[in-house]
Design a protein around this ligand. Structure first.
Ligand SMILES: [Fe+2]
Ligand SMILES: [Fe+2]
Length: 146
């Protein structure tokens, strides 16, 4: 498995969690559980992706700008999560913010998959693509890694 396949697999997980989250109603157990799961997934993915994808990409001129842009988007995504943490889950404002988070994340994943991966494919060696996937997956599999 390459780092691209590993990231793509978790991107799909995020898409499905956020889609389900935006279909929940009020302060239900379903909403609480899905929110916790989505937040955990987003935060752990961003941390592991920065360490095992963007840090190595920043060593290359070609991928520096897009890497910085992506990391900045991780911070924007974090701000939506903070806003959700601070909003009453039963209010319409909560769902509105959740939908904004979903749109932001979908846009971010799209950019990563269609712009960053292309450039990264040119600068990473084949052995790095495999090695980074293993490191990334190891970090994602260890609980509380953040
Ligand atoms: Fe990302
Ligand atoms: Fe990602």
């Amino acid at each position: 498995m390459t780092i691209f396949e590993a990231l793509r697999e978790d991107h799909e997980k995020q898409r499905s969690l956020l889609t389900m989250l935006c279909e929940t109603e009020g302060e239900s157990k379903n909403r609480r559980d899905l929110y916790r799961e989505a937040r955990d997934e987003l935060q752990r993915h961003a941390a592991a992706e920065e360490r095992y994808f963007y840090v190595p990409l920043m060593q290359h001129e070609l991928t520096q700008e897009k890497s910085r842009h992506s990391v900045a988007e991780h911070h924007e995504i974090d701000e939506f999560i903070e806003a959700l943490d601070e909003t009453d889950m039963s209010s319409p404002a909560w769902l509105m913010t959740a939908k904004k988070l979903k749109d932001r994340v979908f846009h971010h994943l799209e950019e990563e998959e269609h712009e960053v991966f292309q450039q990264a494919g040119k600068v990473l060696q084949d052995k790095d693509k495999i090695g980074l996937a293993a490191d990334y997956r190891k970090m994602m599999a260890s609980p509380g890694s953040n």
